[in-house]
Design a protein around this ligand. Structure first.
Ligand SMILES: Cc1cc2nc3c(=O)[nH]c(=O)nc-3n(C[C@H](O)[C@H](O)[C@H](O)COP(=O)(O)OP(=O)(O)OC[C@H]3O[C@@H](n4cnc5c(N)ncnc54)[C@H](O)[C@@H]3O)c2cc1C
Length: 239
């Protein structure tokens, strides 16, 4: 068992480009100019201005013509459960039905001490007719070790992985790959980088947004990340 703290990370696997070598912005421009029948206006550097114009007008369906695939690592099952609520995306996730979790990793919130004995547990036994309570002070780390022992015990007792998983904690480490178009990514960033988002998904999404802004500034540059990462604001688009 391993405890992970502030370990969630992302890896961009792909950003969709055109078969003729168009970069994502050029691909969006190529598709978008269909509306105006103005492909003759395409030049080597027209895509940035075109995409900016489209985004500022709120004509966001056009940026759906490119997509991004991202892998998330060392995130909890709780995070992935929030992520998969976004319906306009494709997902593939590490399975607790098929993967043996006898040696699991678990995510603890930032600032929490895995060794601090914060909870007192009571387990009652009986010696003859007399109840004999055992009282333990238990830390997060110890509770997870017990959890792992229980899982291993069930496996040894013949429970298959898809049955033994019932005792796994929601903080268990997971890996997930998501593909979504760039408009949906903007929506995901809006919700998951907000102060109201859960700390775990917010942290990985702010880091991903930073990289997305570097790679595709014109698509994401209305999101402004404070230097300390504590707030993400979206500049209002011009009407
Ligand atoms: C801070 C926070 C707290 C939350 N708390 C809870 C909670 O307590 N319980 C809970 O169950 N969920 C909760 N959620 C999840 C939330 O309800 C949404 O399921 C999740 O954020 C996905 O957002 P979405 O539906 O806007 O987007 P997506 O599924 O990503 O869809 C993108 C957009 O497409 C459009 N769209 C997609 N599908 C449809 C459709 N069928 N009909 C019409 N339009 C559609 C909508 O405009 C939608 O905004 C929470 C989310 C956040 C960010």
């Amino acid at each position: 068992m391993e405890i992970l703290q502030n370990a969630g990370s992302h890896r961009i696997l792909a950003i969709m480009i055109g078969l003729e070598g168009e970069n994502p912005l050029q691909l969006i421009e190529l598709a978008g100019r269909t509306a105006y029948q103005s492909r003759e206006k395409i030049t080597d550097d027209s895509a940035i201005k075109f995409v900016e114009m489209i985004r500022k007008r709120g004509h966001e369906s056009v940026i759906e013509h490119s997509a991004m695939t991202v892998e998330f690592n060392n995130v909890s099952r709780g995070l992935t459960h929030e992520l998969v609520r976004h319906r306009l995306a494709a997902y593939t996730q590490e399975s607790t039905r098929y993967v043996d979790e006898s040696d699991f990793k678990v995510v603890i919130p930032p600032g929490k001490d895995p060794d601090e004995k914060v909870v007192t547990l009571e387990i009652s036994d009986r010696i003859g007719a007399v109840p004999s309570p055992h009282i333990f002070a238990v830390s997060f780390g110890q509770w997870m070790q017990l959890n792992e022992q229980m899982y291993r015990g069930l496996r040894i007792a013949g429970w298959v992985t898809e049955d033994a998983r019932q005792v796994l904690p929601i903080g268990i480490k997971s890996q997930i790959v998501i593909t979504a178009n760039l408009r949906e990514w903007r929506h995901i960033f809006e919700l998951r980088c907000a102060i109201s988002a859960h700390w775990e998904i917010r942290r990985v999404m702010v880091n991903l947004l930073r990289e997305a802004k570097e790679r595709l500034p014109v698509v994401f540059d209305d999101f402004v990340i404070a230097k300390n990462g504590k707030s993400v604001k979206q500049r209002r688009r011009r009407q």
